[in-house]
Design a protein around this ligand. Structure first.
Ligand SMILES: N=CN[C@@H](CCC(=O)O)C(=O)O
Ligand SMILES: [Zn+2]
Length: 411
């Protein structure tokens, strides 16, 4: 089925020759076409250009965009959307002055979510998570990465990963899966971290690989969670099974995790709220995408990733939500883009690049997602009537979405 969309005020993030990602000064450039058309066939973009060059075409459906803006759907490269229950009590604890660390030490945090998930059936977990998938699609997200890591037992980690697989099968949004067995140390292993890592590496990982339940591997490399040494051990093990690293690192402390994981060709390093000059330096010239999660900084009141310093140093940057029940109970990429502009001083062009093309790269989806390009997925947002694309981040706390198309179908 061919659909032609005409009279587009501005078509954003157009690309003639696909590239991997944009970095440094390039991030300030958002290629666009004013007064444009877009042609799709089934799930794929087959043409786009200026209205003046539009030839008489036979199509199955025409949509008059009525001077609205079109941009690719958001690519959210870091989430924990599959979880059970909520942690709003910890939200109150935080208001009353407890830190993330203090909450975790009194049995809250990741272990709290793990207990809840272990006691939730696979079907129930699927039902709870599918609501969030439907919600983020409506908010303009067309591709998402989801991590395990709230199971922390063999049975519960596999349950999470199977739910992720089922969501991918049942929804048009593209879903990439990450095995995050080493997210926190379960209480029963409190004094024996080695034994827990043995379980993750020797018992869970081989099944994850055999059943192709994940493409990526992650670990929470952080003081009080897993050390740089633990991280290298996990990455070496993942490497044997062809799992690509995407790592939680430098959220609260900078302990040398970035230097370690780039040796294993990490696809992304995520969080990065605490960045030293040497952490920025070592990322230069690598293929590792730094990923900032501004909604997490907002919710926890912790520093924002120093985007300006990083981009001005020539690095690329991606933006993602971190949607999870503890540090970021929100999957709204529109809010992420606004917050990146307001708090991290990214320009709208940089933020849109970070949330589309660079997010796609951080999920290994650069060939199919992240730009309006012939041959890529027909995934796009038609905005409401807005004066310019600057209005998208400007109208924070709101979204400017009229319609969302994923794989050529309006959702
Ligand atoms: N930092 C580690 N993991 C999650 C939060 C987990 C939680 O608090 O449940 C994050 O990315 O913020
Ligand atoms: Zn996370």
């Amino acid at each position: 089925m061919k659909i032609l969309i005409t009279n587009i005020q501005e078509l954003l993030q157009v690309e003639k020759t696909p590239k991997l990602f944009v970095s440094g000064k390039q991030m300030k450039i958002l290629p666009t076409i004013k007064n444009a058309f877009l042609l799709i066939e089934d799930s794929i973009i087959i043409d786009f250009g200026e209205m003046i060059f539009l030839e008489d075409l036979k199509v199955d459906k025409r949509i008059d965009a009525k001077r609205k803006i079109i941009l690719p759907t958001w690519c959210d490269s870091h989430t924990h959307i599959v979880y059970a229950g909520h942690r709003e009590q910890e939200f109150i604890d935080k208001i009353n002055g407890l830190t993330y660390e203090e909450i975790a030490n009194k049995g809250g945090g990741i272990l709290n979510s793990a207990k809840e998930l272990q006691n939730t059936s696979e079907d129930e977990l699927y039902n709870q998570s599918s609501k969030r998938i439907e919600e983020v699609m409506k908010l303009g997200t067309g591709a998402v990465e989801i991590k395990s890591g709230y199971g922390l037992t063999k049975k519960a980690e596999l349950k999470m990963l199977r739910v992720i697989k089922r969501l991918d099968k049942n929804y048009p949004i593209t879903i990439k899966s990450t095995f995050l067995g080493a997210h926190a140390l379960p209480t029963e292993f409190k004094n024996n971290k080695k034994a827990y890592l043995d379980l993750v590496i020797n018992e869970i990982l081989p099944i994850v690989a055999k059943e192709k339940l994940a493409e990526f591997i992650d670990i929470f490399c952080e003081t009080g969670y897993f050390s740089v040494e633990d991280t290298e051990r996990i990455l070496k093990a993942g490497n044997k099974f062809g799992l690509i690293p995407k790592i939680h690192v430098n959220q609260f402390t900078a302990i040398g995790g970035i230097q370690a994981v780039i040796k294993y060709n990490a696809l992304s390093v995520d969080h990065l709220e605490e960045m030293r000059a040497i952490d920025i330096e070592c990322l230069k010239g690598t293929k590792t995408m730094p990923v900032a999660l501004p909604s997490c900084s907002y919710f926890l009141s912790i520093p924002y990733t120093p985007a300006r310093k990083m981009i001005d140093a020539g690095l690329p940057l991606a933006l993602a939500t971190d949607y999870n029940p503890g540090s970021t109970p929100s999957g709204n990429m529109n809010f992420v883009v606004s917050t990146a502009c307001i708090k991290m001083k990214m320009t709208p062009e940089e933020a849109i690049n970070a949330a589309t093309i660079n997010g796609a790269y951080a999920m290994n989806l650069h060939k199919t997602h992240g730009t309006i390009c012939i041959g890529k997925k027909a995934n796009f947002i038609i905005t409401k009537e807005i004066p310019s694309y600057n209005f998208i981040p400007y109208s924070f706390g709101n979204h400017q979405i009229d319609k969302v198309f994923i794989e050529g179908k309006e959702i």
